[in-house]
Design a protein around this ligand. Structure first.
Ligand code: SF4
Ligand code: SF4
Length: 177
């Protein structure tokens, strides 16, 4: 039965196997060829960056981590109206509203403010709809990444990490710096 396919179709072609040299049998040309490709890449510009020590510049339109803004006098702009939370398709924003007390005008711009404001960065899809929905220009997405972490709770960002002038600037340096 051997060679039946050849007999039936007549299309089989028997190839001559080239005789391999001793070096080819030891894969030496292939090893040298592979090594030369690797060595060539050592002297080329690297495609990878050592994040977070090195940062790749991102476009101005990049939507990264959120910031809660203050006004020109340093008072918090957010009035806890909840429009950003309603607009958020990922239901990532939660807040608790409070009333400003007399003497707190320098802290909060309007009579209502956010006692608690949290964004779950694991839910957020960085769509920017919260920024668009805000009537007070209080929330923006900046060209910044959230730092990596091992605990899911670390990705619930409260006012301590969202508010302008908080410890946010220390722990989350902008990518464009
Ligand atoms: S960027 Fe989008 S997903 Fe993230 S908090 Fe804002 S609205 Fe929600
Ligand atoms: S960030 Fe803007 S939209 Fe969201 S609660 Fe504050 S004022 Fe309202």
């Amino acid at each position: 039965m051997e060679g039946q396919g050849y007999l039936l179709t007549g299309r089989a072609k028997v190839l001559d196997r080239p005789r391999l040299s001793w070096a080819e049998k030891m894969y030496l040309p292939a090893i040298v060829g592979g090594l030369s490709v690797t060595i060539k890449h050592l002297f080329r510009r690297k495609a990878t960056v050592q994040f977070p020590e090195q940062k790749r510049p991102v476009p101005i339109s990049y939507r990264g981590l959120h910031v809660l803004k203050r006004d020109e006098n340093g008072a918090e702009r957010c009035t806890a109206c909840g429009l950003c939370a309603v607009a958020c398709p990922a239901e990532a924003i939660t807040m608790e509203a409070g009333e400003r007390k007399p003497g707190e005008e320098h802290l909060y711009r309007e009579e209502k403010y956010a006692i608690k404001y949290e964004i779950n960065m694991l839910r957020c899809i960085f769509c920017g709809l919260c920024e668009e929905a805000c009537p007070k220009e209080a929330i923006f997405l900046e060209p910044t990444f959230a730092p990596a972490g091992f605990d899911r709770n670390d990705f619930i960002y409260g006012k301590d990490r969202l508010l302008e002038g908080s410890k946010r600037e220390e722990i989350i340096p902008p990518l464009t710096s």
